[in-house]
Ligand binder design. Structure first.
Ligand code: URP
Ligand code: ZN
Ligand code: ZN
Length: 464
């Protein structure tokens, strides 16, 4: 035994009980009551604390070329911030180049990530090009351990409806999971041109060019195609009520439709775009109105939101400022990687959801859906010892100066949390303690994910 975490309250997706956790060679060796420390093992007292699986962020954009620049956190800074917020695995988006095979795209980014990452990492491929046999290179990516792919219905590299459909068809044969960024591109482009020509240039018009119905129509279209093929579909960063209703309906009908939302959609409303510094909240899809926020919370409680992820894609203030006089020039994306687990756990601590639910959404479901359970996302013997010790009595006010990424501002500035992670272990190594990063560059390992397997009459059951 190398480490013994004693006397804490262990919280999993479906249980909470007082026990000790023994760790050996980076794995959980045993969970039980009154485990005796072995000679040489470090003992950590977790009395009055919660002991949780490390979170898994299913949606990050580290060092991503986007919006005329590169997102501010590289793999080192992004995973450092993740560790300090209790996240022990990140799924980063690799954008395929035109003409490039899916697996070559993964290997290209893996070479950059490997020497930098401080916690474990996996990838999804953002599909751009399926011409000339590239669609079939999905098979090699699945074999390599990257069985999840994202299609964008927007941006200049977004795919056509026909390509999206082919990717969904292919996913069924390959055991892959398709994720979608759903917004109606035509509407976004037309409304953007119209607002700018009318001199409506502030961040508020970013919201109005991509408001509720613009996202909802694309959600419904994407769900329709997935249903027609009975293909699993994962909607990333869901932010609107009508889309939430469509997900719920499809799931009630038994279709394997999964939805992710992000903490910023659960906390803020579109009112942020009326602020003088509203450009700092510019992301796509934008934060929506109060009704959508409440619908997302209802979806969380009902189980129709399957995961919480960050869509971490920060840009520095001077880059956000490119759009002071033209919202279309603001690079899309915000920081959040260090705030996800603390925010969701704080909401649990305040009584809005259970701690089990926060663990399920931020860790266990992510591992199940993306094929890395039970190595990740759970506390059980044999799993990686990715463990967070959480102090429910420690109050924390988010300030950018306390964050561990590279960004020079945060949309979360001043938000008060009840409770906070006080220690994070990545495969048994202490990487964060009491506000300080203690990990090392290059210690993170690639997590090979398995193809999705849906079971039973209700296809929403995921086997792992
Ligand atoms: O605004 C966002 N979300 N930026 C990152 C790219 C994406 O659409 O996920
Ligand atoms: Zn997106
Ligand atoms: Zn994203």
């Amino acid at each position: 035994m190398d480490l013994l975490i004693k006397g804490g309250k262990i919280v999993t997706a479906d249980a909470a009980f007082k026990a000790d956790i023994a760790v050996k060679n980076g794995k959980i060796a045993a969970i039980g009551v009154n485990i005796k420390p072995e000679a040489g093992a470090e003992t950590v007292d977790a009395a009055d604390k919660l002991v949780l699986p490390g979170a898994i962020d299913a949606h990050t954009h580290l060092a991503m070329p986007f919006g005329g620049t590169i997102s501010a956190d590289d793999y080192e800074a992004g995973t450092r911030a993740a560790a300090c917020g209790g996240t022990t695995t990140v799924f980063d988006f690799v954008l395929q180049d035109f003409g490039e095979s899916m697996v070559d795209a993964v290997k290209r980014r893996q070479a950059i990530c490997e020497p930098q990452a401080v916690v474990d990492y996996a990838f999804h491929v953002g599909v751009k090009d399926v011409s000339d046999g590239l669609l079939d290179t999905i098979d090699d990516s699945v074999k390599y351990g990257v069985p999840s792919f994202k299609v964008f219905m927007v941006y200049d590299f977004g795919v056509t409806d026909g390509v999206f459909y082919q990717v969904l068809e292919k996913s069924k044969k390959a055991g892959a999971l398709i994720a979608v960024h759903a917004e109606n591109n035509e509407m976004v482009n037309m409304l953007t041109r119209r607002f700018l020509s009318e001199g409506k240039t502030s961040a508020w018009y970013h919201y109005l060019s991509r408001s509720e119905f613009v996202e909802a129509e694309a959600d419904e279209r994407a769900i329709q195609w997935a249903k027609s093929l009975n293909a699993p579909l994962y909607i990333v960063h869901l932010a609107n009520k009508q889309g939430m209703d469509a997900v719920t309906k499809a799931r009630d009908e038994g279709y394997p439709i999964f939805a992710e939302t992000c903490p910023h959609y659960l906390y803020f409303t579109s009112d942020v775009y009326k602020r003088e510094d509203g450009r700092n909240w510019v992301c796509s899809p934008p934060v929506k109105g109060r009704e959508s926020r409440e619908a997302l919370w209802s979806g969380v409680k009902r189980g129709d939101i399957s995961t919480i992820a960050t869509d971490h894609c920060p840009f520095q203030q001077n880059e956000k400022d490119w759009g002071i006089d033209d919202f279309s020039k603001i690079p899309n994306g915000c920081a959040g990687i260090e705030n996800m687990y603390p925010y969701m756990l704080s909401e649990a601590n305040k009584g809005r959801i259970t701690f089990n639910k926060a663990v399920e959404l931020c860790a266990t479901n992510v591992a199940k859906i993306f094929g890395c359970a039970p190595q990740k996302g759970v506390l059980q013997a044999g799993a990686d010892a990715d463990i967070v010790i959480y102090d429910p009595k420690k109050n924390f006010t988010i300030k950018n100066e306390f964050m561990h990424g590279n960004n020079d501002h945060t949309i979360w500035e001043g938000v008060e949390l009840k409770g906070y992670p006080i220690a994070t272990y990545s495969r048994g190594s202490l990487v964060y303690k009491d506000g300080e990063f203690l990990g090392s560059k290059g210690a993170g390992k690639f997590v090979k994910c398995k193809p999705i397997k849906l079971t039973g009459p209700d296809l929403r059951n995921i086997k792992f």
